[in-house]
Design a protein around this ligand. Structure first.
Ligand code: ZN
Ligand code: ZN
Length: 355
């Protein structure tokens, strides 16, 4: 008799429930992870409410920010170059972009823009269950990413958002020592951008955020914090009126497209990192880009290489999850966990599927 496990399943748009699914047994080429923590992000809310429907398979288990441990390894995995270093009991995460490897994006080294990718936690069963089965095609491409030295599960879980932040950071050319960075939005993503920029040599990161306790988290991480209505004045004062070398938009509000351009210094870089509502449009002054030579870039998802780098930054303590992952719930308490995300309780919420 096969045993079953509870899994937070997206059954249809706006229809989520804890359902019983069989505990997967890894077949040839597959790897089974025992999940120790899965953090929840804004995209999960949009999946649950039915706002986000693309790339979704109804019936799939949610959860794409996963920390786990290898529970079982299918036949043939350890014979693969990508599986040779995997062993049962090892701490590991999963790179959620399962790409084809052959389309133009994949060939150009942009697997996260693969035209036929599937994502773990969207189309492939994710980590809001005690076990996650990594499909053979993902294992073969090296999507199971082991951790060199043990770290807390809540730290490893944010390797996924951290990898996306790294990708966005690289898209705008990173930060040079001594530069000023403005981060708009002090949620989990804004706080990760803050830490990465400070660790990369920014002279100052000015974090704009409405919520006072999130501003306190930003200050704890070394940012200069301000309420949004004071941002322009604080930036002018701290840069002698020059503006920001880098502006990162970490909240998906369309009007921030123009705000971010107006905050950038001549020759500055702007990252529209956050996802905006479907079909959103924004009015911008194009001359900011023309005369000011401001560069605009975006960032969506991440490559396996970004996940490896994220794991290294987290395991060496360069990025600290403690001011970010503030609350942990059991899987049976998932409704309270989702409410906490909705109501901005703390910063980021983790679910421990073992309880
Ligand atoms: Zn996410
Ligand atoms: Zn592809």
């Amino acid at each position: 008799m096969t045993s079953t496990m509870p899994a937070l399943t997206l059954r249809g748009p706006g229809d989520v429930a804890l359902t019983d699914k069989p505990v997967p047994e890894p077949g040839p080429g597959e790897v089974l992870l025992a999940v120790e923590a899965t953090t929840i992000c804004g995209t999960d809310l949009r999946l649950i409410s039915g706002q986000k429907t693309s790339g979704v398979r109804y019936g799939a288990t949610l959860g794409h920010e996963v920390a786990g441990r290898i529970a079982a390894i299918g036949e043939g995995v350890t014979d693969l170059p990508t599986g040779a270093n995997l062993r049962v009991g090892q701490q590991a995460t999963v790179s959620i972009v399962v790409s084809c490897g052959t389309c133009r994006a994949c060939l150009a080294g942009r697997e996260h823009l693969c035209t036929s990718m599937e994502l773990v936690g969207y189309a492939i069963d994710g980590g809001l269950a005690p076990y996650l089965l990594v499909p053979a095609r993902a294992v073969a491409r090296g999507n199971v990413i082991p951790v060199p030295a043990e770290i807390p599960a809540n730290r490893l879980a944010i390797a996924e958002p951290m990898s996306c932040v790294l990708n966005g950071h690289r898209r705008h050319g990173g930060v040079n020592p001594g530069e000023t960075v403005v981060v708009i939005g002090g949620g989990p993503i804004g706080l990760l951008h803050t830490q990465l920029n400070l660790a990369s040599g920014a002279a100052q990161v000015i974090l704009s955020e409405n919520n006072e306790s999130r501003r306190a988290s930003g200050a704890e991480l070394g940012a200069v914090t301000t309420a949004p209505d004071q941002l322009e004045a604080v930036l002018a004062e701290r840069t002698e009126g020059w503006g920001a070398d880098v502006v990162v938009v970490a909240i998906g509000l369309p009007f921030l497209a123009q705000t971010s351009l107006s905050l950038a210094a001549p020759g500055g870089r702007v990252s529209w990192f956050a996802g905006f509502p479907k079909d959103a449009t924004a009015e911008v002054d194009p001359n900011t880009v023309h005369y000011g030579e401001v560069t605009v870039s975006g960032g969506s998802n991440a490559r396996r290489a970004d996940v490896h780098d994220a794991v290294r930054l987290l395991s060496r303590g360069v990025i600290d999850e403690r001011p970010i992952v503030t609350h942990t719930f059991g899987l049976s308490e998932w409704e309270s966990a989702i409410d906490a995300v909705k109501n901005h309780v703390g910063v980021k919420i983790a679910i421990d599927p073992t309880r």
